[in-house]
Design a protein around this ligand. Structure first.
Ligand code: ATP
Length: 286
């Protein structure tokens, strides 16, 4: 097998808490991660040597700045692979959006190269390797529903959670690093009750989850981009059970039990924004 196509799902955070800071500056988090059915298609094909990356989206770098490129390099070096790969990224996940678009592409490259070069890595080994590229990569390799602690790499799988989501990205970009840098831990007024949310998730109680979702990074990003607050309000007006910013933003999602209601909200937001998606939580194998 010389070529593999991997479907790489985006993620949202059903809650995001920051509980401390490590000596090296990394923040300690407690987040509920959920894959959604919004995918990049990543194709990896063997070539004679070197790494080439192709992506039509102009905001996506085609060199070492691309985390998917770095994933290929890491594997070639680690396994002394004689030869290289062409990587084609069909980008559907909005860029710099808080949806782990880059991390999921990197996870896809690791899975693809594991197969085409017959490297024999099991999931834990791929996750360990992925962590060298970024804190969200191990979750992207695992996928589904999970609690992420540490800097995001200590993962506990959770029972699959089923819901409809409307995902909307305003036309602004946010730097994750910048948002964390501006966060003042002692100024966080409301932390999520993570255990309580997980309890609702395990009982399939979407209302309970939706009403308790909190992202402590919202205040930082909303202060700079009030449009995030406006989108949250529109989602609530259009019967979302709850609405939250994902990751460091600026993407907002609304949670729904009912597909019809989600469709109405989706259609309304499309009048305002270009990047709006109607998706489901995704717990399948990719
Ligand atoms: P996270 O939720 O993990 O913080 P994000 O969704 O906010 O990630 P990305 O879409 O991963 O952000 O992009 C962040 C930056 O990384 C972009 O500005 C882009 O220049 C760069 N980048 C590198 N590789 C990729 C990739 N494969 N896809 C998209 N952006 C990439």
């Amino acid at each position: 097998m010389d070529k593999v196509i991997i479907k790489c799902p985006a993620k949202i955070n059903l809650s995001l808490d920051v509980v401390g800071k490590r000596q090296d500056g990394y923040h300690l988090v407690k987040m509920i991660m959920q894959s959604i059915s919004l995918f990049d298609d990543v194709t990896v094909e063997k070539n004679g040597g070197g790494i080439r990356l192709y992506c039509k989206n102009k905001d996506v770098p085609d060199n070492e700045d691309n985390i998917a490129y770095r994933a290929a390099k890491l594997i070639i070096d680690r396994f002394n692979i004689d030869g290289g790969v062409d990587i084609f990224i069909e980008k559907r996940i909005p860029v710099a959006a808080g949806l782990a678009g880059g991390s999921t592409d990197a996870a896809g490259v690791i899975k693809a190269m594991n197969r085409i070069f017959d490297l024999g890595m099991d999931r834990d080994e791929m996750m360990e390797l992925g962590l060298k590229l970024g804190a969200d990569v191990p979750f992207c390799i695992m996928g589904g529903t999970a609690l992420a602690e540490g800097i995001g790499e200590v993962l506990t799988p959770l029972k699959p959670f089923e819901a409809w989501c409307v995902v909307a990205k305003p036309n602004i970009s946010v730097s994750t690093k910048e948002v964390y840098r501006s966060l003042r831990l002692d100024e966080i007024t409301r932390h999520p009750e993570t255990t309580r949310i997980i309890d609702y998730m395990e009982r399939g109680n979407i209302e309970g989850v939706a009403e308790n979702m909190v992202n402590v990074l919202e205040t930082v990003t909303i202060k700079r981009h009030p449009v995030i607050f406006e989108i949250k309000n529109i989602m609530m007006e259009f019967h979302a059970l709850g609405s939250l910013m994902s990751g460091s933003g600026p993407t907002v999602f609304g949670l729904f039990k009912d597909k019809g209601k989600a469709e109405i909200c989706y259609n309304r937001l499309r009048d305002y924004l270009k990047e709006v998606y109607l998706v489901r939580t995704f717990n399948g194998e990719v």
